[in-house]
Design a protein around this ligand. Sequence first.
Ligand code: SAM
Ligand code: SF4
Ligand code: FES
Length: 348
Amino acid sequence: MNRDIDSILEKAVQSHNLNEKEILYLLKTKDEKKLFNTANETRKKYVGDEVHLRALVEFSNYCKQNCLYCGLRRDNSKVKRYRIDPQYIIELAKKAKSYGYKTIVLQSGEDSYYTVERMARIISHIKDLDIALTLSIGEKTFEEYKTYRDAGADRYLLRIETTDENLYAKLNPGMSLKNRMQCIENIKNLGYEVGSGIIVGLPGQTLESIAKDIIYLKSIPVDMAGIGPFIYHPNTSIENIEGNFFNLSLKIMAVLRLILPDINIPATTAMETLNPNGRLIALQSGANVVMPNATETIYRRHYEIYPGKICLGDSPAHCRGCIENKIKSINRYVSSGKGFHIRQGFNK
Ligand code: SAM
Ligand code: SF4
Ligand code: FES
């Protein structure tokens, strides 16, 4: 048994390639310390001790989609909807820059109030600030993605969520895995840095399908992989399954670090929601990015993707100071650069 984990980890460290069976073995291992330590060493070797911060601005919680697991879904009438005025989004980006952030992430539900023209204007104004810009605003047409790219957006974050076609269709009514994959391909072809990832612990999801998800993320290959544990929201129409998917999420993240050693991997907010030290544990198990909340405090509690989200009563300035102190407490430091993915020749 022990020889197996040692030889799989050795293969991963040497070749950064694992097959589905080997990935599955690592996802099932009880010897997770070894996996986390090896991922941590790989992180240090390829992307060093710096941590890239991405300021997250959650600018609208309106969504035309109805993903069964998400608190922002169209049919959740209990959520108080808000959208932030385009001019004020730009002000928030300026404020985030003044706190030392080098990247802004604009995230929202799929909200058609922000027309292509409005969005392109916001993007180009933010790009005038000389900071990197990530969009996380859902599925768009090729032309829309192109307009945003031409306006200056650098990265796009669109999780595949799951590559299990039946599960995807069941959880995302009116959407299809095929289109999600096409969107990711379009984003890649337009020259964005591609961020993707999965939710872990969805009812009906298996370890076998997660192993396939990991192979898919490697095949793109993604520039950033965000792994978030599923957290049940009572105002959704998904089954409530018991379980804390923190540990499994950590394992998936660690495997991704081993097979995509030079990419950016965030210690996700959902991980910290499930474990009070979740982000620091993740940073010591393969992650090198944190996405602190830079949304104004008054809006935060309404962007309730899942309950119990961290930092709800805190201000952007407070979170900025808090996260830097946490990062220093584990002998890491906040990067002074924009944190683009620097390819080191593994993903040919
Ligand atoms: N609407 C965009 C999209 O879906 O790509 C961006 C915003 S959406 C709220 C961001 C991510 O939240 C999704 O990709 C999904 O993985 C995650 N999410 C939604 N509901 C969740 C839940 N109940 N638990 C954990 N993560 C969840
Ligand atoms: Fe909308 Fe994104 Fe939530 Fe789906 S996951 S309901 S697209 S905000
Ligand atoms: Fe928000 Fe710590 S990062 S309070």
